[in-house]
Design a protein around this ligand. Structure first.
Ligand code: 5GP
Ligand code: ZN
Length: 111
């Protein structure tokens, strides 16, 4: 269920290098190449779906799993509170149309 032209499908397949933080059968998590906070990790389901609404409809358990993985990453990486962001749609800043959760520390660096 991967899309040939999708950057995150390529990252999951190892065709594009990434700095892995966590993986299991359902998700892959890696460091954002352009971090917007001290810690900025992307949690991506292996299954290609375009956005969080599509994911919620197709596989709500997978969405819940991603939220749990995000919390674990925050616990292990910075023992603190965290932001969990899903940009949905071009006008909201989504640039990669394979659903991903941004996990960030609370402070946000300048763009
Ligand atoms: P979006 O803007 O779609 O919500 O988030 C896409 C994110 O992917 C951005 O924060 C961007 O920095 C990150 N990104 C884009 N290309 C790459 C890449 O090749 N490797 C990694 N690790 N992150 C990327
Ligand atoms: Zn994809």
């Amino acid at each position: 269920m991967s899309e040939p032209d999708c950057l995150f499908c390529k990252i999951i397949a190892g065709e594009v290098p990434s700095e892995k933080v966590y993986e299991d059968d359902a998700v892959y998590a890696f460091r954002d190449i352009n971090p917007k906070a001290k810690v900025h990790v992307l949690v991506v389901p292996r299954r290609h779906l375009a956005n969080v609404a599509e994911l919620a409809e197709a596989d709500p358990q997978l969405l819940a799993h991603m939220v749990g993985v995000a919390r674990s990453i925050a616990d292990e990486s910075f023992h603190g509170d965290y932001r969990l962001i899903f940009n949905s749609g071009r006008d909201a800043g989504q640039t990669v149309f394979h659903v991903h959760a941004h996990v960030l520390t609370g402070e946000v660096l300048d763009e």
